[in-house]
Write a protein that binds this ligand. Structure first.
Ligand code: SAM
Length: 277
């Protein structure tokens, strides 16, 4: 077992490919293998070698994150992130290296825990896997002319990435003020003046002027029904799009005033786009 780990450490010492800042996926794979190699490892010298290499991989990652952050501040985020945006047909709710890259680039602080219990029918925080965000932006046809509202925005991955990649004006509404503070600080540190976060209940948020509503199943039951009724009222005034992920997709698929881009929307394992009719 240890021989294989030693051979891999020797190999990484020899290789130079992972030193290139843009070789993020190579480093992610190496870090995974080293983490796995550390499980049950009792040899202190070998453990130190693994930790040193993990630190070295992390140091190059940090260089990459900083250079991407600089390019985002310069308004070149889309081009800078382009090498990692070929997400194919995404499925599943697991996280992958694109999420790790996004976490490094957005550099979100750890939020303070919310002391209030989660009210009934409201769903705890879980971020949309980044590949689904990228897929949703493309399928939703989101452009700089759109206003996007993420209902239950958590730490803000969706509004932040949506703005970086499309230039759309993006708003997140979130009941947990700790998440709102973290997301707001991330937007400020990246110079993203087209993104803002509002603390509040999605049922009372300002929907006027919103073109695209994004929901990663933030609530269920009557809360979801109340929000859908408000979106429907907006759709009576202008065309709107709903971009949905997770179980709430089934409820949207049953709305007669929406048509979806997926004939099997109720069973979809990826984002579904709905347009008002
Ligand atoms: C599944 S997470 C989605 C987070 C984010 N939209 C994303 O996709 O990365 C649901 C979020 O909705 C928030 N939430 C739940 N009910 C809410 C409500 N009534 N109003 C505002 N936010 C709510 C939760 O606090 C949580 O952060």
């Amino acid at each position: 077992m240890n021989e294989r780990l030693v051979a891999y450490l020797d190999e990484l010492d020899e290789r130079t490919d992972w030193h290139r800042p843009d070789a993020f996926l190579v480093r992610a794979d190496a870090a995974d293998r080293l983490d796995l190699g550390q499980v049950g490892l009792r040899d202190a010298t070998l453990t130190r070698r693994v930790v040193r290499l993990l630190d070295a991989l992390d140091a190059v990652d940090r260089q990459l994150y900083e250079s991407l952050r600089e390019r985002i501040r310069a308004g070149e985020g889309r081009q800078a992130l382009a090498p990692w945006l070929d997400v194919g047909i995404p499925s599943g709710q697991h996280y992958d290296p694109l999420d790790a890259l996004l976490a490094g680039v957005l550099a979100l602080d750890e939020p303070l825990p919310d002391a209030r219990p989660l009210p009934p029918e409201m769903v705890f925080y879980q971020p949309t896997p980044a590949r689904h965000i990228v897929d949703g932006l493309a399928r939703g046809g989101i452009t700089a002319a759109d206003v996007v509202l993420d209902l239950g925005s958590g730490l803000g991955h969706v509004p932040l990435l949506a703005h970086i990649l499309t230039g759309a004006r993006c708003i997140g509404v979130e009941r947990d003020g700790g998440y709102v503070d973290v997301a707001t600080r991330a937007a400020t540190s990246l110079g993203l003046s087209g993104v803002r976060f509002v603390e509040g209940d999605a049922r009372e948020a300002d929907f006027s002027g919103v073109d695209v509503f994004y929901l990663f199943t933030p609530f269920i039951g009557t809360v979801l029904r109340d929000v859908i009724a408000r979106i429907e009222a907006e759709a009576a005034r202008r065309a709107v799009r709903v971009v949905a992920l997770g179980p709430c997709t089934r409820t949207f698929a049953r709305q007669p005033w929406l048509v979806s881009d997926d004939p099997d929307a109720e069973a979809a394992e990826r984002i579904v786009l709905f347009r008002s009719v």
